[in-house]
Design a protein around this ligand. Structure first.
Ligand SMILES: [Mn+2]
Length: 323
């Protein structure tokens, strides 16, 4: 249950803020960007200055979203804001360049944390953390609780957020409330055709090459399937892990992606009650029971060996399963 008092306090704070920095997690997805843009559009209505800082450079895929012109690669000036609104990020380590923003905990800046990750560290002065499909759905609920009229632009942004984080309403995080929120968005004029075209009918030749390379490297073993992607792997907006997940007969899908900084990023998906977030916690990673991530130093070979060895061991351990 979302506390109406807490929401009141947050709204009061935002409306009276001298400036808001909006932030979301690194390698942002449509839930991160769509939700953030809906909040930016709301701050614009309130005439509250805001700065939506995204340090990642790969955001051309979001350009079709209303308000995408708000996305800024330049640092906010620290004397221009007193509030930070953080969306879809379970902890501050997931925010790129957080340390460079110069935000101290001396109380001069208020942090508002709105998220749906179960491992959220409640790092804010205000925290709304709900077990819900997406921050898009959560934002939709909050806007309606606050009694705010939603524009079609906001509805389009939130619709893309929900569509993405639910895997087009296919994931197990979909509830009746997700459909109700989506219905509200459509009633408010969400441009579903625009979102469909840009999210699902916009695959480039490079995307297909990336998919082909990933499939060439696919390894399928007992209950597990994975692929190793080298650092020079082409950049793609395809959710490659989804293609592994769709394989029949496996419980866990993994994608190991080498970075050029000596780190390997691992995406994990579970198709059963096996919790990949519990597993990821062994390596300081986190996320949801069915979708999580880990980052480890090393080469593709050493990291994949280390993680897979551990995974094979714990897959028969009941404490890694959720009911
Ligand atoms: Mn999300």
């Amino acid at each position: 249950m979302i506390s109406p008092q807490l929401l009141d306090d947050i709204v009061h704070h935002l409306k009276n803020s001298s400036g808001v920095v909006v932030l979301t997690h690194q390698d942002p997805d449509f839930d991160a960007i769509g939700s953030s843009l809906a909040w930016c559009l709301q701050l614009q209505k309130f005439n509250v200055p805001f700065h939506f800082f995204v340090a990642d450079k790969t955001y051309s895929q979001f350009q079709f979203l209303p308000g995408s012109e708000f996305i800024r690669p330049d640092f906010p000036r620290s004397d221009n804001f007193d509030t930070v609104l953080i969306l879809d990020s379970s902890n501050l380590d997931r925010i790129r360049k957080w340390d460079e923003l110069g935000i101290t905990d001396d109380g001069t800046v208020t942090i508002i944390n709105i998220d749906h990750h179960q491992d959220n560290r409640k790092f804010g002065n205000f925290n709304i953390v709900e077990n819900i499909s997406s921050v898009g759905e959560l934002t939709c609920l909050l806007f309606s609780m606050a009694g705010w009229e939603m524009t079609s632009d906001q509805a389009t942004c939130l619709y893309s957020a929900i569509l993405y984080d639910t895997g087009s309403f296919l994931n197990s995080n979909v509830t009746p409330s997700t459909y109700r929120a989506s219905a509200t968005l459509l009633e408010n004029g969400a441009n579903t055709a625009l979102v469909t075209q840009n999210m699902y009918e916009n695959i480039t030749e490079t995307d297909y090459q990336a998919l082909k390379l990933m499939l060439d490297e696919l390894v399928v073993e007992h209950r597990i399937a994975y692929s190793l992607l080298p650092a020079e792997f082409p950049t793609t907006s395809l959710k490659l892990i989804q293609y592994i997940r769709q394989l029949s007969g496996i419980d866990v899908a993994l994608l190991f992606r080498a970075q050029d900084n000596g780190l390997v990023r691992i995406s994990l998906r579970s198709k059963t009650q096996f919790s990949v977030s519990k597993f990821s916690a062994l390596f300081n990673g986190g996320g949801h029971h069915r979708a999580s991530g880990i980052v480890l130093p090393g080469t593709l070979e050493t990291v994949s060996q280390q993680v897979l060895e551990r995974l094979r061991k714990v897959m028969s351990d009941p404490q890694f399963y959720v009911s």
